[in-house]
Design a protein around this ligand. Structure first.
Ligand SMILES: C[S@@+](CC[C@H](N)C(=O)[O-])C[C@H]1O[C@@H](n2cnc3c(N)ncnc32)[C@H](O)[C@@H]1O
Length: 220
């Protein structure tokens, strides 16, 4: 597994991940972590959790990595691990590791796969999840408003009926039971006292689609 350490990418040391998991009470995997600032904040607020940020664009994680490696008194966060990977090719070590998954404001293949219900993305998410692990995914719906970015054209909009009629079945086929779907104004989402939601308060006109799911047991 390739870890971002400061400005460098390094192979994880033998047993490193297992040790971090053993020392933690909960493993949260933030898929498509981007600049990893949300992961950093969650890790800082929950020092006994292990927060794993996963993103194939590893250079974007370097600033947060540098910050997280300082001494704890200077902002260091030893319970944050930043991994260079795409979710459909998640490293072996992450298999079945996550007590909880986040996919916050994805773009690119992650956004398209999440919204279309692509097998590789949803199975990738399933691969890293523990049984009964919850997933929270958020998407800003302004991407479907004019002018629709070229990359989004043709991408079905996340609406309650689309989620019900299309996405729920596809997610289930990949081992996820959809448990909820909400459209919330960003300012309301920001009022929710969880760390990740507070990240959404920059644009108060935005409506955020939040999809929640839980890994479905083999019997479902
Ligand atoms: C808008 S950015 C960052 C979002 C971040 N969670 C936040 O809240 O700031 C979306 C990220 O999704 C990542 N991404 C795209 N496809 C991915 C995939 N297949 N697996 C994991 N991450 C992916 C991109 O590299 C990008 O950094």
């Amino acid at each position: 597994m390739q870890i971002v350490r400061g400005k460098k990418l390094e192979k994880a040391a033998e047993g490193e991940f297992e040790r971090l998991v053993e020392e933690s009470s909960r493993v949260v995997v933030d898929v498509g972590t981007g600049d990893a600032r949300a992961s950093y904040r969650i890790a800082k607020e929950n020092p006994d959790w292990l927060v794993v940020g996963v993103d194939p664009a590893w250079q974007r994680m370097t600033q947060t990595s540098i910050r997280s490696r300082r001494k704890p008194a200077k902002g260091g966060v030893p319970n944050l691990l930043l991994v260079n990977a795409s979710i459909e090719n998640a490293p072996e070590e992450l298999r079945g590791a996550a007590d909880e998954l986040l996919v916050l404001m994805p773009w690119g293949k992650l956004l398209h796969g999440l919204v279309r219900g692509d097998e590789d993305i949803w199975s990738g998410l399933r691969t890293v999840a523990k049984p009964n692990a919850p997933l929270t995914a958020t998407v800003g719906t302004s991407i479907w408003r004019e002018p629709v970015p070229r990359d989004i054209q043709g991408l079905p909009e996340l609406t309650p009926s689309y989620v019900d009629e299309v996405l729920t079945g596809k997610a289930l086929a990949a081992g996820w039971k959809v448990t909820g779907f909400q459209l919330t104004k960003a300012e309301e989402a920001a009022a929710v006292s969880s760390s990740w939601a507070r990240r959404l308060d920059s644009d108060s006109t935005e409506v955020i689609a939040t999809l929640t799911a839980v890994t479905a047991g083999p019997e479902e």
